[in-house]
Design a protein around this ligand. Sequence first.
Ligand code: CO
Length: 211
Amino acid sequence: MKPYEVLLKENKHWAAKKLEDDPGFFNRLSHLQTPEFLWIGCSDSRVPANEITGTDPGEIFVHRNVANLVINTDVNVLTVLDYAVNHLKIRHVIVCGHYGCGGVKAAMTNTDLKPLLNMWLRGIKDVIRLHRHELSVIDDEAKRSDRLVELNVQEQVFNLAKTSIIQRAWKNEQRPDLHGWVYGLNDGIIKPVFEMKAGTHIDPLYEYDNL
Ligand code: CO
């Protein structure tokens, strides 16, 4: 059996097991999607949103990219955000990074990773520049990259708050709350590192007054 055929076989087992536990499972989900959470996580294969949070299909709307970035010109992440906030009416957005993130580590180096990765990871270099002082006093490289993972998550939460999508929902519906979390590959534990309740004021420079 080819490796990808194993996936299809396992899928049949999984579907059968789900039906056994809950005969109405697929019928229910195929008619309605009402997740309470939007998850913006790293593409890293070791950080599967549903599995590490013990949630089922239907509970979390998921977007993943390299190093869990919210970039203001990224049509992909903004479309997901717009749909999740305005159509699914989610109540919480979670940006979840993870310690040992390869994208974050790469951004700490001066290596030319060729155009696309250079372009994508530039966003993390900006986080380093914003927090240069705090990071520069951490001698241990692993600890420094762990702290950068936390600061990156925090900045991505700020990036969410800078969008008119979030600001409009905050003004009109007092949701969603924004959360910055970091997952530990070593122990499987998620550490909340930053939070912004709906309606939090940010630097006025980024606040729209005609929402
Ligand atoms: Co990563």
